[in-house]
Design a binder for this molecule. Sequence first.
Ligand code: AMP
Ligand code: ZN
Length: 459
Amino acid sequence: MELRLHDTLSREKRPFVPLDAKNVRMYVCGPTVYDFAHIGNARPVIVFDVLFRLLRHLYGEAHVKYVRNITDVDDKINDRAARDFPGLPLNEAIRKVTEQTGQQFHADVDALGALRPSVEPRATEHIGEMREIIERLVKGGFAYVAEDHVLFSPQAMNADKTGLPRYGALSNRSLDEMVAGARVDVAPYKKGNTDFVLWKPSKPGEPSWPSPAGIKAEGRPGWHIECSAMAWKHLGEHFDIHGGGIDLVFPHHENEVAQTCCAFHQQRMANYWMHNGFLQVESEKMSKSLGNFITIHELLADWPGEVLRLNMLKTHYRSPIDWTMKSLEESAKTLDDWYRLAADVEPGKPAASVVEPLLDDLNTPLAIAALHGLRGDVAALAGSLRLLGFLSESAGQWESRKQQASGVDAGEVERLIAERTAARSRKDFGESDRIRDLLAAMGVAIKDSKDGTTWEVAR
Ligand code: AMP
Ligand code: ZN
């Protein structure tokens, strides 16, 4: 069976044919590093990690290149830096915020079992490429300078008759309707009300770089140009897959396509555009004001990362997810069961019943259903779990991480069990029951057998 992927641009599932099977190339928009990543941000990380693993399985590890950027220049970063480090010069404060947040992001996504991408470019290290694309756009008549800004004109793009894609095609919008519906309070230097910023002047103290297109004042890039530049540098003018959350289709990805295709005179930027659906929490949109905003970091204090991973993959990536405590508890039970069966087993080949649904546009719910059917073939279960990014560590570590995540102190548990064994041997069943209840209240279930008492964290 061949791999088929849903493409947002053509709005259909198509067989995946790489431009070069020896060098399969995927770009996914990464985080803007100013705060802890929330559980919604974990969704593209996990979904595209599964795709990365599947592509490596199909084409060979050496033949897949996965680029996920880090956006380290942004107004939100500047605001956070000024707030958190008021005593420091802004640029130093910004470096602190981006370094700390970047490290935290890595710790979070490592715990979720996501492989590091092949390259993790930082926007601030690609300013030269951004300037070059902007120069090309100005020369080609697609962008213009106004009051030290450089602006891209979607109307200039759509006036071109040389075979460029249509602005609006990816997000299925009409430029005429966008023009008609645009806000009236558009910045005065814009010629058209849908023109967007490629480059803008920096305020005093803000990060700034020499500007393109003959602008004397130093400035900084707009958001969309960053991804066009990093994708170009690491994957070329035209590559296979571009991914991100559904909220990025417009304007971010529409503008990326416009910039890249106009600068390099390409008909396409990526051959497949893939977007994950949104995540909400207990049936509500996640937001700070509703108080249901959960970070990956907070969840990892209560659950091993693989539980979060499994819980995410139980829903197909294009559907919305309702993230609930109940579903997390079920995921923890399921995983515990699989790890008991498969942790000490030499992984075999992933089962066809698991691989086939994955080939059908990453149908992870069906792949997970198939895992339930592999109890009788634990080698295939182990191999299939590996393919999905589970079981990278041994069972012993799984037990201890589970205990750690649930805040159970193993030494204390052992001590209480020894006390209970002593109480039982002197037939003090009142005391022995008291200790059992105490352990249960700590979330620990015990089991007596002729070989002694074993225990586990019960959820
Ligand atoms: P941001 O840092 O907000 O640009 O988001 C980083 C990535 O997370 C992007 O691919 C977003 O589309 C994605 N994302 C943000 N919020 C959610 C959410 N609630 N559910 C799913 N994906 C999200
Ligand atoms: Zn991007």
